[in-house]
Design a protein around this ligand. Structure first.
Ligand code: PLP
Length: 283
């Protein structure tokens, strides 16, 4: 694989990062994941806008201009002949002797790589998945896409050990989001419900694209908090993320949702999302 490190495209075994990189020592950095379908970057404008916002929120300067980042992504896709998978980008505050404090003049570190991954026509997308439920273990600024992911790592591992595909986090009785996805339910009236953006959740790019699709399709979408109890009795449920697109949910903890098969509204939005991803993305 060819990867990108601070200005150079190199073979992955030749890539070098200092052990004093603050991403390594403090998780002092952010990341983005963009899906690639048919060799095209999906919803990438949204991902680059969020990368810029995450950096601004923690006071790291853009490592290079946004247009250059897009070129780097496209070059990674090209050099690795990637048809389906993801492009990962990470920006950290940079390298300095270990100290909680940092100089504002530090040079950020940018790395990128691709991962081949089947995204379309997967078993999860076709048959739906089961999600576990756990207390939200994360810090108070979940709107920043930081590489500080230990809460998610442990929660997802535990969920997997229990036979679940993903885990929905709950705080004060309300669902925040999945460990690496946005949470949605559909009620008896066919209205989609998802939590509003705030510091409590990551503003999902796929969520944003899906909201537009729902509006165009005349499907009502209500942004409000919902309890885990409401989710247990929902008509349908699904999750979204760059790498899982729209994935139906058929079980939440031990409760069966939508008679254990992907619901019709979920199916319809899933199909439209994929269609748009294929036709409207950047080559
Ligand atoms: N919420 C969390 C905590 C995530 O980690 C992710 C993606 O990885 C999402 C939501 C979905 O965001 P997106 O649709 O931009 O991939």
């Amino acid at each position: 694989r060819t990867v990108y490190v601070n200005g150079s495209f190199v073979a992955e075994e030749d890539a070098r990062i200092s052990i004093f990189d603050r991403g390594f020592l403090f998780a002092d950095g952010i990341y983005e994941v963009t899906a690639v379908i048919d060799g095209r970057l999906v919803d990438n404008d949204l991902h680059l806008a969020r990368l810029e916002r995450s950096l601004r929120e923690i006071g790291i300067p853009m490592p290079v201009a946004k247009e250059r980042i897009l070129e780097i992504q496209a070059e990674l896709v090209r050099r690795n002949v990637l048809r389906e998978g993801v492009v990962y980008l990470q920006v950290t505050r940079g390298v300095a002797d270990r100290d909680f404090n940092y100089a504002e003049s530090m040079e950020p570190c940018l790395v990128g790589f691709t991962q081949e991954k089947k995204l379309v026509d997967t078993a999860a997308g076709r048959d739906g998945v089961a999600v576990d439920v756990a207390d939200d273990p994360r810090w108070a600024r979940r709107d920043i896409k930081t590489v500080m992911l230990l809460g998610q790592v442990l929660a997802k591992k535990n969920a997997k050990n229990n036979g679940f595909h993903e885990v929905w986090f709950v705080e004060d009785g309300y669902v925040t989001e999945g460990a690496s996805s946005t949470a949605f339910i559909v009620n008896d009236q066919g209205t989609i419900i998802t939590r509003p953006n705030s510091h409590a959740v990551l503003p999902g790019c796929t969520r944003r694209a899906l909201r537009k699709i729902a509006e165009d399709e005349g499907v009502k979408i209500e942004e409000r908090t919902f309890t885990i109890e409401e989710a247990y009795t929902a008509k349908e449920a699904f999750l979204t993320s760059a790498s899982s697109l729209v994935t139906p949910i058929i079980k939440i903890a031990e409760r069966t949702i939508a008679e254990g098969t992907p619901g019709p509204i979920t199916r319809r939005l899933q199909a439209i999302y994929l269609d748009l991803a294929r036709t409207q993305s950047e080559p």
